[in-house]
Each structure stands twice: as C-alpha cells, then as structure tokens.
Design a protein around this ligand. Structure first.
Ligand code: AP5
Ligand code: MG
Length: 213
C-alpha cells in the first residue's frame, strides 16, 4: 500500500502517518524529518536545506526528489510506504509518478488531512519535537510524561525553528501557493480522500482507516 499524506503544515500529517505506518507495517517517510536529521548531523545537505526551512520556504525540487527516490528504492519499501511531506509541488508529484510507472507501480491513496489556517497557528506554537528520534508532542493535546523530555528516547524536546509564529505564516502561504494544487492533481486521478483533521487525533485516524479498508 502506497500512501501520500497531504495537508497544511501542522495539519497532523506526521501524527497520522506514524499511526498508519504502525497499523499497516509500512515505513513512514518524512522528507522534513530527513532534512532535520541532516541538519542535526551537520551534513552539506542539512546546511543547504536549513537555509530554506528556517524561512518557511520549500527546499528546491532537485535536492528533495533525489533523496526521496533513493529512500523509496530501499528494501523496506517494497510492500509500500506512507509519504509525509512529499510531494509538495506538482513537479515533485510528476517525478514520483514517472518513477513509479517505470516499475509498473502507482500511488494507491492521497489522504488530505483538512484543517483550516486558524487552527494551524495554535497547534504549531504548542508542538514540541524530538530531533533525535522524530517523535512529536503537543503541550496541551499530547504532553510528554516528563516536561521537555522525549518519552521514546529521553532526548530534550525543542520548539522547531520553523514553528516560531513569524515563520508559520510564510509556511502557510507557501502551502497554499505550491502544495494545495496537489489536491486537484490527485482528485483528477481519482485517489484523493479528504478527512476532517480538526477532530481528536484518534477520530482522524478512524476516518483514515475507514478510507483505507
Ligand atoms: P515538514 O517537516 O514536512 O513540515 P510541514 O509540512 O510544515 O508539516 P509539519 O511537520 O509542521 O506538520 P504535520 O502536518 O506533520 O503535523 P504534526 O503531526 O506534527 O517540512 C518542514 C520543512 O522542510 C518545509 O517547510 C520545507 O522547507 C522542507 N521540506 C520538507 N519536505 C519538502 C519537500 N517535499 N519539498 C520541499 N521542501 C520540503 O501535528 C502538528 C501538531 O499538532 C503536533 O504538536 C501534534 O501533536 C498536534 N496535533 C496533530 N493532530 C492533532 C489533532 N487532531 N488535534 C489536536 N492536535 C493535533
Ligand atoms: Mg510533520
């Protein structure tokens, strides 16, 4: 099963993608997490990506596409995957389509987690991220057991640089301009499924499971 998560920054793509990955036994692949791991490790890719991410801009397609195609070519992806944060532009979606059709394959579902802009800003300010293992918390909705510490790996939790209020506005603008057109793109292919992302995360997940089965 090959699934794409669509939705605004902070809509809950990562939260839901992790639950899908666990239930269906497929890897969760987040381009944002890959970039953040590279930033943390000080790689050239990380340094380059950070320039864009800190401003709320997209990392150029040339960099992003290669990383993603390398990742989905790995052995653990042969039975499927959940893509979270890719594709984010029409050219990225076209490259992915081409790469899949070359091996006689295709995306099965594009799940759009729908949350209006008003709700987004509040969510981002409360999010805390673990840069070591990628776990995500929310100070109100999903607090860690010990404040500021990751339940999974014990590392310190941080407010992502791009979750600062001045950057969130840019990310939403970039989303509407560059990523939202993908909703029509996948609608036209007949694989778009939209779920209400404003309800409790367990209920969002239940709607996704209903769509997938
Ligand atoms: P990325 O890491 O993908 O960030 P994003 O799309 O902005 O999305 P987020 O991770 O912020 O939100 P999410 O939808 O995963 O929400 P989450 O589940 O955490 O990308 C970061 C940057 O990397 C981009 O800006 C770009 O620069 C670059 N990049 C990445 N991919 C790229 C690509 N393909 N091309 C070019 N550039 C790329 O939830 C948010 C918060 O809300 C959490 O605290 C969570 O606990 C809480 N929450 C979730 N669901 C609910 C709910 N139902 N009710 C209440 N709270 C909830
Ligand atoms: Mg995410």
């Amino acid at each position: 099963m090959k699934i794409i998560m669509l939705g605004a920054p902070g809509a809950g793509k990562g939260t839901q993608a992790k639950m899908i990955a666990e239930k269906y036994g497929v890897p969760h692949i987040s381009t944002g997490d890959i970039f953040r791991a590279n930033i943390k490790n000080g790689t050239d890719l990380g340094m380059e990506a950070k320039k864009y991410m800190d401003q709320g801009l997209l990392v150029p397609d040339e960099l992003t596409v290669k990383i993603l195609l390398d990742r989905v070519a790995q052995e653990d992806c042969k039975n499927g995957y959940v893509l979270d944060g890719f594709p984010r532009t029409i050219p990225q979606a076209e490259v992915l389509d081409r790469a899949l059709s070359e091996i006689g394959d295709q995306i099965d579902f594009a799940i759009n987690v729908d949350v209006p802009d008003e709700n987004i800003v509040k969510r981002m300010g409360g999010r805390r991220a673990c840069l070591s293992c990628g776990a995500t918390y929310h100070i109100e909705h999903v607090p860690p057991k010990t404040e500021g510490i990751c339940d999974v790996c014990g590392a310190s939790l941080v407010l992502r640089d791009d979750d600062k209020p001045e950057t969130v506005g840019n990310r939403l603008e970039v989303y509407h301009k560059q990523t939202q057109p993908l909703i029509d793109f996948y609608q036209a292919k007949g694989i778009l499924k939209t779920v209400d992302g404003t309800v409790d995360m367990k209920d969002v997940f239940a709607s996704i499971v209903a769509v997938l089965s």
